[in-house]
Every structure is written in C-alpha cells, then in structure tokens.
Design a protein. Structure first.
Length: 63
C-alpha cells in the first residue's frame, strides 16, 4: 500500500508508473488539489487525468 502525505511529484509519478506499468517522469505530470475530495489530488499526464486518494488509491477520472 502506498500512502501519500503531500503532493510530491516524484512519489506520485512513481505510483502512476506502477499503475500504468510504464515509466512516468515527475516533469511529465501536473498535480493539483482535488476540489471534490479533501486530501486527494488530481494528476494529469498527457491526455489522461487520475484521482489519487490519501490512502494511495489511483483511479482514472472519467469525467
């Protein structure tokens, strides 16, 4: 289980790399506070957007 305490891009890129099974660099992502859920982050990579929850769960944001 991965637990993320802050929007630290290298850690988030690592979690995204594991989730997608391909390398993702910290410079390649944009990390924003998620206004819909306290403590979670919106992660943008290319054309894709994900939601990273405080417990480390990463899911595609299909909105």
């Amino acid at each position: 289980m991965n637990i993320v305490y802050a929007a630290e891009k290298p850690s988030i890129a690592g979690i995204l790399s594991e989730h997608l099974d391909c390398p993702v660099g910290a410079r390649d992502i944009e990390v924003l506070d998620n206004p819909d859920e306290t403590g979670s982050f919106l992660v943008r990579w290319g054309w894709l957007q994900f939601v990273l929850s405080p417990d480390g769960h990463l899911a595609a944001d299909c909105e």
